[in-house]
Design a protein around this ligand. Sequence first.
Ligand SMILES: Nc1ncnc2c1ncn2[C@@H]1O[C@H](COP(=O)(O)OP(=O)(O)O)[C@@H](O)[C@H]1O
Ligand SMILES: [Mg+2]
Length: 216
Amino acid sequence: MINVEKSYPVGPSRYWVLRRINLEIREGEFITIMGPSGAGKSTLLAILGMLDGEFKGEYYFLDTPIHKLSVKQRAEINKKYIGFVFQQYHLLDGLTVAENLDIPLSYRDIRASERQALVGDTLDRFHIVGKKDLFPSQLSGGQQQLVAVARAVIASPRLILADEPTGNLHSSQGKEIMDLFKKLNEEGTTIIQVTHNENWAAYGNRTIKLVDGWIS
Ligand SMILES: Nc1ncnc2c1ncn2[C@@H]1O[C@H](COP(=O)(O)OP(=O)(O)O)[C@@H](O)[C@H]1O
Ligand SMILES: [Mg+2]
């Protein structure tokens, strides 16, 4: 990112959420983003994840100038390379747990039988086999968060962006997720997480602090 900035209009002036963000992240890194509530962490993650294209400055992802792409082109890169754990989960309410997990696989060139097997393995790995036919509204917050993490990793994305991915989990469950991220990172996956938890922050190899939209 080169001089990335983001603001919202407020009356006649603007409210700045991200200020002159210069950031280089290499493939294979495990980055932790920390900072107070309202600092711009989720906004930064949304831009990194191609979900928000309304920003100033330049953003290159695998040498592609993202700031020059259309919404559709950005969405294609998101689907191909990125697994995203949203702070508010964003599971699809009309789909079951198993169907939610299948979505990222449906973007890949994978046979239906193999997709089913991957969904089965993932349900197993996250200890949610018994929940596979339930809808998100029938799950607790913690269970929804587990499904959200499972959905982000199931298609083996090259980049995982995780916005407070363990915020609603018990510490033992949180550790399981962090150990999974660590393993995926050791296998080559780039990870960028937002967390307030010092223990989970230490899983990363570099911490970026955001305060009032500035990298400090
Ligand atoms: N759509 C929006 N319109 C105006 N302000 C917004 C909008 N979305 C986010 N903000 C503001 O941007 C700031 C940063 O938000 P966010 O990135 O969610 O912070 P964090 O994730 O660090 O808590 C907050 O002050 C928030 O109120
Ligand atoms: Mg946030």
